[in-house]
Design a binder for this molecule. Structure first.
Ligand code: R5P
Length: 288
């Protein structure tokens, strides 16, 4: 079987192919002068293929559609490690689209019988309901906590920046044998908000803030400053998806973060934890 890596998931696809012992397809991607995307897969494909492509940008969605079109009629294991637009999972205001649903619906026609869809720590699991084929969301939290466990943290506390990531933080805390809490926001004025762990005093302890993604880094930067002011010794960030737009890393390091630990669902400098074993294991298990 052949693994096809989209332009935003080349490294991850290479790692998955190596674990599965399968061929990594030769593929070429470019952009025409008018901005249109171009893809070509030069390797001969059998009846079953694995396509791996994160979609952090709109162009990445087009590349993914092109790859799926190349694979039409085949049984496809589609892995979207980072699914962009997953935060637009509801119609928040009347007149808005549910973009996560629109993207899933755009991909469905390419996914014939026997195809499967995999995501990793997707922001809202309900997004998977919009896919026609069988789908599975894989959880990379254990991989993150294994990496954190190697860091020799002092009396660590795992903190979720909001109630939304509490389950993930609890899972990471279990893996680390640490206590867990979430940040509670208190509005001090029209412009000022204070954040503190609901129960635990972080003074004199190392803290790990866990979230599914870091985008602008705004949420995390505020949380780091507040926790440091409350006496936390070292503050680490652990995230599955290092989207890290613009100057996110500058904001985080200016706030005093010790290190950012992230996975390779997006290939960034901080992507030191690979989700390739998780993907390979799921693909193998579902083929058996
Ligand atoms: C939101 O619900 C997510 O889990 C993240 O907390 C959020 O997307 C982070 O965004 P930013 O890095 O822009 O603060």
């Amino acid at each position: 079987m052949v693994v096809i890596g989209g332009p935003s998931s080349q490294l991850l696809a290479g790692r998955v192919a190596a674990i599965l012992g399968e061929e990594l397809a030769m593929a070429d991607y470019k952009v025409f002068p008018d901005g249109e995307a171009y893809s070509q897969v030069a390797t001969a494909l059998g009846d079953e293929v694995t396509v791996i492509q994160s979609t952090p940008t709109d162009r990445d969605i087009i590349y993914l559609m092109q790859l799926l079109d190349i694979c039409q009629g085949k049984k496809i294991s589609l892995v979207i490690p980072y699914f962009g637009y997953a935060r637009q999972d509801k119609i928040f205001k009347s007149g808005e689209p549910m973009t996560a649903r629109a993207v899933a619906h755009a991909l469905n026609p390419f996914l014939g019988e026997g195809s499967r869809v995999y995501t990793i720590n997707i922001h809202a699991r309900t997004v998977l309901d919009h896919f026609k084929p069988w789908s599975q969301n894989l959880d990379a939290t254990l991989l993150l906590s294994q990496a954190l466990a190697r860091m020799d943290l002092m009396k660590p506390v795992v903190i979720s920046p909001d109630k939304g990531a509490v389950l993930m933080a609890q899972e990471a805390a279990k893996g680390l044998g640490a206590e867990c809490d979430y940040l509670q926001k208190t509005r001090l004025s029209g412009t000022e908000v204070s954040m503190a762990p609901k129960e635990i005093n972080v003074s004199g302890r190392d803290v790990v803030i866990v979230d599914d993604m870091i985008a602008t880094g705004g949420t995390m930067a505020t949380a780091i400053s507040m926790l440091k002011a409350q006496g936390a010794v070292m503050v680490f960030l652990a995230t599955v998806h290092p989207v890290l737009t613009g100057n996110a890393l500058i904001k985080l390091y200016r706030s005093g973060v010790e290190a950012v630990v992230a996975t390779d669902t997006l290939d960034k400098g901080v992507s030191t934890v690979s989700v390739a074993p998780l993907i390979a294991q799921a693909i193998r298990a579902n083929r058996a």
